[in-house]
Design a protein around this ligand. Structure first.
Ligand code: FMN
Length: 225
C-alpha cells in the first residue's frame, strides 16, 4: 500500500473483527509513529498501550461505573468542543451524526439506541488493542497539535499493516478511571484513546464515507494560477 492509499483508506473504524493483532506489530507502529514531526522536536506524546486482560479490565470498570449513567454527562479534563457550535462546524457535526446513526438505522429520537451506540466507544468498538494518548498539562496548543500528528502517523502506518484505527475523544471523559489504571502521573492529562485492530468492513458502522469540504472552502491559493 502506498502513502496515498494509506491516507485515502483510513476511516474512523467503529467495528473491529474478533481477530488478534501480533503485539510486535503494535510495538513497531508505536515506535514508527514517533517519526511524526513536533514543534522543537518536543515529542510531547505519552502513550499507554493495552491489550488482553488489562484491556478487558478497563472496559469492565467503565461498563460498571456507567451501567446506569450516561457517559456523555461525565466531565473531561479539557473542553472537547466549545459549549455552542456555529457554522460551518455545527452543520458538519450534525451531518456526521445523521450519517453515522443513519448507517446504523438508529432514529434521531431513539435515545436509548443512541446511548447504546455511544457506549460502544468504551468497548473500543471490539478492537483488540487500545492506546491512551496523554500530554503534559503544562504544554499548550502547539503541542496538542503535535499529538494529532502522532495519532495520524500511527493511523496511516496501521493501514500499511492492514489495520484500522479509531481516535476516541470519548475516552477523555474517563480520565478518573484511566489515570489510576495506567498509573498516569498527575502532571499528565488524558487527551484521547485510539482503538486498533482489523476492521470489519462489512459492518454498517463502517459502511459510509465521511464527506469533506471543497478545497475552496478551506484553502485560498495565491500565485498558483
Ligand atoms: C481527535 C479525534 C477524536 C475522535 N473521537 C471520536 C470518538 O470519541 N468516537 C468516535 O466514534 N469517533 C471519534 N473520532 C472520529 C471522527 O468522528 C471522524 O474522524 C470524523 O467523523 C471523520 O470521519 P473519518 O475519520 O472516517 O474520515 C475522533 C476523531 C479525532 C481526530
Amino acid at each position: 500500500m502506498d502513502v496515498f492509499d494509506a491516507v485515502d483508506s483510513r476511516i474512523a473504524c467503529r467495528a473491529f473483527l474478533d481477530r488478534p493483532v501480533d503485539p510486535a506489530i503494535i510495538r513497531d507502529l508505536i515506535v514508527r509513529a514517533a517519526r511524526a514531526a513536533s514543534g522543537g522536536n518536543l515529542q510531547p506524546w505519552h502513550v499507554y498501550a493495552l491489550t488482553g486482560a488489562p484491556l478487558a479490565e478497563i472496559k469492565r470498570r467503565v461498563a460498571t461505573a456507567f451501567a446506569d449513567r450516561d457517559p456523555r454527562q461525565a466531565e473531561s479534563e479539557y473542553p472537547i468542543y466549545p459549549p455552542t457550535m456555529w457554522e460551518p462546524y455545527k452543520s458538519r457535526r450534525e451531518g456526521h451524526h445523521v450519517q453515522m446513526y443513519g448507517a446504523l438505522r438508529i432514529a434521531r429520537e431513539d435515545h436509548a439506541a443512541r446511548l447504546k451506540q455511544h457506549k460502544r466507544n468504551y468497548e473500543f468498538f471490539g478492537a483488540p488493542v487500545a492506546l491512551f494518548i496523554a500530554i503534559d498539562r503544562k504544554l499548550g496548543p502547539g503541542q496538542w497539535a503535535d499529538l494529532g500528528g502522532y495519532i495520524h502517523a500511527l493511523a496511516f502506518l496501521a493501514r500499511g499493516c492492514g489495520l484500522d484505527t479509531c481516535p476516541q475523544e470519548a475516552w477523555a471523559r474517563m480520565h478518573h478511571i484511566v489515570r489510576p489504571f495506567v498509573s498516569m502521573p498527575p502532571e499528565q492529562m488524558l487527551f484521547c484513546a485510539v482503538a486498533i485492530g482489523y476492521g470489519d468492513h462489512k459492518h454498517p458502522a463502517n459502511s459510509f464515507r465521511s464527506p469533506r469540504a471543497e478545497v475552496g472552502g478551506f484553502c485560498r491559493f495565491f500565485g498558483f494560477e
